[in-house]
Design a protein around this ligand. Structure first.
Ligand SMILES: *[C@@H]1O[C@H](CO)[C@@H](O)[C@H](O)[C@H]1NC(C)=O
Length: 379
């Protein structure tokens, strides 16, 4: 299904071609993109991350950071929650009642981004230390410690926050971290009311789900880049990335975990079309001994037992049709519902991974508005 287009190169230079998978038609219409724009962006993004490393992207995102800027209705400040940098958005209007609050965790593959990459949302945003300088559990613990620090009677009082109306939320890697901390804070006295997970990555065991297979070359997040991010969250040792690319990284001792991510039994019928489930192929026990992180429930929240899921709060979950991690989200929706958790699932049929990072497209406003409306009604 690949196509080839010529891309401009310097005069007299060699002809340069870009090979790409044409985008589904509904995406091109709604996103107002032409395929060449996407193809070039995608090509450069993948090329730059995989071959030049992350520094270029870091620099670009640093350049896009904005200082905390208050608006007509919102006061924006930067501060720290237990040493983790946080951007706090507080309504200017004085309120007689306590406020609702969203603890929002940014995305970026556990490797990119900061609270300074302002999402133009009215959330408090958290920065955590990033890969490849830091690996799991640092990212998880930065977020977890900041959340625990916030879920404290005195802190909530200081911000005028209602302890019964707190949400944790995040997109992509931030959705992964939000799901992970929501599972771990059950013993904190103040309970979360809501978790809202925007196209989260939720499991490392099986990277040949139908969505990984169908969207392997899809912008903005091709399979190779997703696996690059996920494996780098755990370790810089490329052996893990290579084994994950072959889907042969899980040792036979971990075989019982596969039923928790079995897409054959957990996906709705319409997402199974044309896909035949194969029994897992196992990898070396040595790899898992060296890098046990990829089998950790805090990295792969889908590995939580059913009895653990029963304690989770009301859930909002967004999945995008053309996204490698779509099936992670779909399987979590199913497992949470089976455990008795009420879930509102927004399945975005014309969505790509990362839609809420691009406030220039129509689809951004549609998905964001639906999400905010739901939060307003439920938080
Ligand atoms: C996955 O589910 C299918 C049924 O849909 C079953 O036949 C298969 O044995 C399961 N595999 C694992 C590893 O749980």
């Amino acid at each position: 299904h690949r196509k080839k287009v010529m891309v401009p190169s310097s005069p007299g230079g060699p002809d340069t071609y870009c090979i790409y998978t044409p985008l589904p038609e509904n995406i091109e219409d709604l996103w107002n993109l032409n395929c060449k724009d996407v193809c070039e962006f995608h090509f450069q993004a993948t090329f730059l991350v995989e071959f030049l490393g992350l520094d270029f992207f870091r620099l670009m995102l640093k350049f896009l950071e904005v200082p905390p800027t208050s608006h007509k209705n919102v006061i924006v400040t930067d501060t720290k929650f237990n040493n983790t940098p946080v951007r706090v958005y507080v309504p200017r209007r004085k309120s007689d009642t306590l406020r609702r609050s969203v603890f929002y965790i940014h995305g970026g593959g556990w490797s990119l981004g900061s609270a300074g990459n302002d999402m133009k949302t009215t959330f408090s945003l958290h920065s955590y230390r990033l890969a490849p300088k830091y690996h799991f559990p640092v990212q998880f613990e930065d977020v977890y410690d900041a959340l625990k620090w916030f879920l404290n009677k005195n802190i909530l009082e200081e911000y005028g926050v209602d302890p019964g109306r707190i949400a944790v939320s995040g997109d992509s890697a931030g959705g992964n971290l939000a799901a992970a901390v929501a599972q771990q804070v059950w013993h904190v006295k103040i309970r979360l009311k809501i978790q809202s997970l925007i196209y989260p990555a939720l499991q490392t065991l099986d990277v040949e789900t139908p969505s990984y297979q169908d969207n392997a070359y899809m912008p903005v997040l091709p399979k190779s880049l997703m696996i690059w991010f996920y494996s780098n969250y755990i370790t810089s040792d490329s052996a893990l990335r290579k084994a994950m690319m072959r889907n042969q990284h899980v040792p036979v001792e971990a075989a019982p975990l596969f039923k928790l991510v079995n897409w054959s039994s957990l996906l709705p019928e319409r997402f199974l079309k044309g896909h035949v489930y194969k029994a897992p192929t196992f990898g070396s026990s040595e790899l898992a001994r060296k890098h046990p992180g990829f089998l950790d429930v805090r990295v792969a929240p889908l590995l939580a037992a059913d009895s653990k899921l029963q304690d989770l709060p009301l859930t909002y979950l967004v999945t995008c049709q053309y996204d490698v991690v779509r099936d992670d989200g779909l399987m979590y929706v199913r497992r949470l519902r089976d455990a008795g958790i009420p879930v509102t699932h927004n399945s975005v049929e014309d969505g790509l991974h990362g839609i809420l990072s691009f406030p220039v497209f129509k689809i951004y406003y549609r998905v964001m508005e639906e999400y905010i409306r739901w939060l307003d009604e439920n938080l």
